[in-house]
Design a protein around this ligand. Structure first.
Ligand SMILES: [Zn+2]
Length: 115
């Protein structure tokens, strides 16, 4: 489903009807639009996130695997992979901090609450 510099990929939805993620490819640039409810509000949805992570588990049509490969190959010409890495690292850090906060609260509870 490739027309010119656009690549359209069908992804699974909970309702059964697929959503369409459209990638608009230009020289060293790429942008994406997803037809899901989050996508139409211009929120970065799980569908776009999966596809730019080279995750084909959300494909509606397994024959479109090659299209993900093409998108990911083009992503390498942009700063998106490094932005993605930064975001993942921040999420990891956030998880660690949340675990520490939980543990600290438990310790405080143990110390202060009546036995
Ligand atoms: Zn979406």
């Amino acid at each position: 489903m490739e027309s010119g510099n656009n690549i359209e990929i069908l992804v699974k939805s909970s309702s059964g009807d697929p959503y369409t993620v459209s990638f608009y490819i230009d020289k060293n640039d790429i942008s994406a639009f997803c037809s899901c409810p989050a996508g139409v509000y211009r929120v970065l949805c799980k569908h776009i996130i999966c596809l730019i992570n080279n995750d084909d588990s959300i494909l509606y049509d397994r024959n479109q695997k090659e299209l993900i490969r093409q998108v990911c190959a083009h992503l390498q010409k942009t700063n998106i992979p490094s932005l993605l890495t930064k975001w993942k690292e921040s999420e990891e850090l956030l998880k660690r901090v949340q675990r520490n906060a939980k543990k600290s609260k438990k310790n405080l509870e143990k110390a202060i609450l009546q036995k």
